[in-house]
Design a protein around this ligand. Sequence first.
Ligand code: DAT
Ligand code: MG
Length: 150
Amino acid sequence: MQTERTLVLVKPDGVQRGLVGEVIGRLERRGLHLAGLKLMRISKDLAQRHYAEHEGKTFFDGLVSFITSSPVVAMVWEGPGVVGMVRTTMGVTNPVDAAPGTIRGDLALSLGMNVIHGSDSPRRAEEEVALFFEPGELVFWDSTSAAWLA
Ligand code: DAT
Ligand code: MG
């Protein structure tokens, strides 16, 4: 399977609840590789572009205001099939329905405050990584040896 990259955000609720290490640890233990990481405050403009697919929906304004309300941790994770693997590790959107063992199923109860974002398709992942990171902020792993490339 081809190596992919995906954008993951620990949302404001996750950062404020001290769940950054928990989320990173789960993805690391899964065997995925961290290719970029930063703590940042999302601007309104970036939030609107990131969530453009939801523009016009009733919850759009609340979503933008929540994601810009306090810092998030933005990450890029890399690995074969990483986009789908992060989605299944996250659990479904509404934590009430998310399976135990998933991040949302174990750590959240609220539909809005559901701890984590992960890109939902390889195409969207490429776009979202480019929205949040400059190419120079990302590193490349050697997929055969699980070590940093020199
Ligand atoms: P996901 O985050 O699982 O990709 P999504 O892209 O459909 O889900 O929605 C983005 C976020 O918006 C989601 O994490 C929580 C919020 N959201 C989705 N549907 C909602 C709804 N019906 N009411 C309130 N917030 C909602
Ligand atoms: Mg989504």
